[in-house]
Every structure is written in structure tokens, then in C-alpha cells.
Design a protein around this ligand. Structure first.
Ligand code: ATP
Ligand code: MG
Length: 394
């Protein structure tokens, strides 16, 4: 595919080339920064007047995601369109695709939006995932195999950061959990003995070129990503290669265009199991802005516009620490501003705040990437940062 329009050029109406993004969250904001660096203007579509990406973009279209007028305006203004969140209505992407290149496609996003479809897709690619059962009807609940317990009941759609999940040990708890989840379509996954968690981000162009980022090792706390380390310190080279090969296969078989992240579990017996995938840049790839010569957002822009994809190179070992809204409150629940000045005195600190005005517990407000000459130094700085912020060490 030739580029839809070179950055820095103007369209037929004499306006600077613009790219569009569905969704105005922090991923959209970091995408805006990458696109603007290359000279593109960016148009964000998001119903929220105070969106982090809308504040950074040249234009925000403030309508619902399925609003026909909003979608028409986005298509009119942009040479190519992407999404920054996986719960964008797939229909909206399909509508836009009638007029403009849209990456990823509504079809690929639809697979990622549904845990049952996602797991079926993994299996079709020969990528193992946790044993599971689909529970959408009372009969399926009654027929559940006891071997899946203890397990985790997850809503098939709209879960994130551990929301929409209940851990269950017995059939009685399972029944209660499904009632708590309002009998929404769910999957019950067997609880697996995790050694650790990793993720792989790939970017694929319409011409089928694929590049990948190094394997990320992820630590979650309370179901939310807390720390990412790259290079993955505790994962063998063979297992890393296997994870990258799985992620590439998954992208290829979706005929995927754009950035895709696959999350994996490494089990205590050493096996690799796919957990879920995200049709967009991923929290575990934020380090790439500061530690790679090409970030996941640069790759998203290149893939969607038909610009060359080049294999990204990690130039600094690093650690990434998420900054959740909890940091904005002291022990008595009084609001405060974390001591960024002290934090910025540490070596190799890259502070990213997303411009969200309202801090809430568990809300992603920003992240820190710590780069260093060695992985040990990066982790040591992450621990110094954690101590300054009042977080438990890593
Ligand atoms: P996000 O979208 O933020 O990555 P999510 O809400 O979609 O998260 P999952 O990734 O499915 O949820 O699960 C969150 C975390 O819960 C995982 O990272 C892992 O730590 C744990 N977990 C999930 N499924 C299992 C399982 N089958 N066995 C053991 N632990 C699990
Ligand atoms: Mg997850």
C-alpha cells in the first residue's frame, strides 16, 4: 500500500493531512503526540468534553461513537483512522471503512471484544489458552465441568483492569457470581498456577510486514498492571521466541493491520498460555516511547497510514511503573499532589501524566519509565521511585 498521504502534505482542500482516532483516553493522547511529531494533524472523536487525547489533538469531535454526523465528519477530515480502545463499537469502524482506510478493522476488533471469540481464535492459531467454558445460559452454567474450579468468571465483553471478574471456588460460588454479573454472557476460566505474566506487541502493515517489540514482563497488583520490565528478566530466550511467534501468528490470521498486544501467562511448569489480546497499543508498551527508537504509537501511525514499518530497537533497559489515582490521596483520604519534583531528581526518569483532572483510586493517571544502562539499575530506580511515592517495592 502506498502512503495515504505523506505527513506534512495538504489535502485537496489545502488542509494539512490529518489522521483520526476513535476514543480520547491516554492511549489516544500518546498517539496524538506521535502523529503530531511527524507533522500530521489529529482529530479525536470522543463524547467526553474533557478527554486526555482531545486536549492534545487539533480537533475533537464531541459526539457518541455511533453518531452518523460525527463519523461522517471524522471521515471527511482524516486520511486514515484508528482506535485507541477496544470497546469502540465495531459497527462504527465498519461505517468509517466505507470511506477511509481504518486500522485495525471492525472485524478484527470484534474478535478482541468477546472473550469467547478471542479464545476460539487463539485455538485456531494453535496457541493454547486456559481451559474454559462459555456461560451465556442457565443450562451452560448447570453443565459446567467441575475441573474448571477453582476458576475465574469473566464477563465476555467490556472487562478491563480486572473489572467484570469474580474468583470462584465452588459451584455455589459460581452460581452466585453469575447472578452478581447480572447473568451477562461470561467465560469461566480455570485458575492457572502463574509463574509470571508477559506480553508481546506486534505491528502489521496492510502489505503484511510485521515488526515486534521485545517481550515485556508484567507484574499486576489487584488486577491492574503495576510494573513492566524490558528486557523480561526471568524468561528464557526460547520462551520469548515462542511468545513472539504466537503473537505474529495471531495477527496474521486476523489479517490484522495496526498494533496488537497479546498477553500471556507463563505457568509454573514452564508452559506458555495466551490470556487475552488488545487491538491497540497497550499499557505494557508505554516504555517504548522512552526506551525504544520507535514507539508503539509511532508504529500504530505508520501501519495505519501505509508508511514504512521498521523493526523497533530497545536502546535502554527499562522499567515502567503505573501511576494510579491512589497516589493523589494521603492516609487520611485528603487530596494531594505527589512529589514529582523529588521524583524528577532521580536518574533516567521519564514522567508521563495524562492530564486527567479527577483522580480516583485505581484510575490510570500517568506512568513513569525508568531507563538505565542495565536492567538492575532500572529496577533499582523504580524501587527508589516507589519509595518516594509510598508504593510497595518491586
Ligand atoms: P486488562 O484488560 O486490564 O489486561 P482484564 O480485566 O481484561 O485486564 P485479565 O487480563 O483477563 O483481565 O485478568 C487480569 C489479571 O488476572 C491477569 O493479568 C492475571 O493476573 C489474573 N488472571 C486472569 N485470568 C487468570 C487465570 N485463568 N488464572 C490465573 N490468573 C488469572
Ligand atoms: Mg489483561
Amino acid at each position: 500500500m502506498s502512503p495515504v498521504l505523506l505527513p506534512g502534505s495538504v489535502d485537496q482542500q489545502g488542509r494539512p493531512a490529518a489522521v483520526g482516532v476513535m476514543g480520547g483516553g491516554q492511549l489516544g493522547r500518546m498517539f496524538v503526540h506521535a502523529a503530531q511529531t511527524l507533522g500530521f494533524e489529529v482529530v479525536v472523536l470522543d463524547p467526553d468534553a474533557n478527554s486526555p487525547a482531545g486536549a492534545a489533538a487539533q480537533t475533537q469531535i464531541q459526539t457518541a461513537y455511533l453518531d452518523a454526523g460525527g463519523l461522517a465528519e471524522l471521515a471527511r477530515r482524516c486520511v486514515a483512522i484508528t482506535t485507541e480502545f477496544e470497546n469502540v463499537p465495531a459497527e462504527a469502524l465498519k461505517t468509517l471503512a466505507q470511506q477511509r482506510p481504518v486500522a485495525p478493522s471492525g472485524e478484527a476488533v470484534a474478535v478482541c471484544q468477546d472473550r469467547a471469540a478471542e479464545k476460539a481464535h487463539f485455538a485456531g492459531c494453535g496457541v493454547p489458552c486456559a481451559p474454559y467454558a462459555v456461560i451465556a445460559m442457565a443450562e451452560q452454567l448447570a453443565a459446567v465441568d467441575e475441573a474448571l474450579l477453582p476458576g475465574i468468571l469473566k464477563t465476555a465483553r467490556l472487562g478491563y483492569d480486572g473489572k467484570g471478574q469474580v474468583r470462584v471456588r465452588s459451584r455455589a460460588e459460581l452460581e452466585q457470581a453469575w447472578a452478581e454479573l447480572k447473568q451477562a454472557p461470561c467465560v469461566l476460566e480455570q485458575m492457572l498456577p502463574l509463574e509470571r505474566e508477559i506480553s508481546v506487541i506486534v505491528a502489521r502493515s496492510a502489505a503484511g510486514e510485521i515488526v515486534h517489540f521485545p517481550v515485556q514482563q508484567n507484574l499486576h497488583r489487584d488486577g491492574i498492571l503495576a510494573l513492566t520490565q524490558v528486557p523480561a528478566p526471568d524468561v528464557s530466550a526460547a520462551l520469548q521466541q515462542e511468545a513472539v511467534a504466537c503473537a505474529r501468528r495471531i495477527a496474521e490470521s486476523l489479517n490484522y493491520v495496526g498494533v496488537l498486544c497479546v498477553e500471556f501467562f507463563v505457568l509454573r511448569d514452564g508452559r506458555l498460555v495466551a490470556n487475552e489480546m488488545a487491538p491497540r497499543p497497550h499499557n505494557s508498551g508505554h516504555y517504548s516511547i522512552d526506551a525504544c527508537d520507535l514507539s508503539q504509537f509511532d508504529c500504530q501511525l505508520r501501519a495505519m497510514t501505509g508508511l514504512p514499518l521498521v523493526q523497533p530497537r530497545l536502546h535502554s533497559p527499562c522499567a515502567m511503573v503505573n501511576l494510579l489515582g491512589d497516589l493523589w490521596f494521603d492516609d487520611q483520604g485528603r487530596q494531594r499532589t505527589p512529589a514529582w519534583d523529588q521524583l524528577l531528581a532521580l536518574p533516567g526518569v521519564h514522567l508521563h501524566l495524562y492530564g486527567k483532572t479527577e483522580a480516583r483510586a485505581g484510575r490510570k493517571m500517568g506512568h513513569l519509565t525508568l531507563t538505565a544502562a542495565t536492567a538492575e539499575q532500572a529496577l533499582a530506580t523504580a524501587n527508589r521511585a516507589a519509595a518516594l511515592l509510598g508504593l510497595p517495592g518491586f
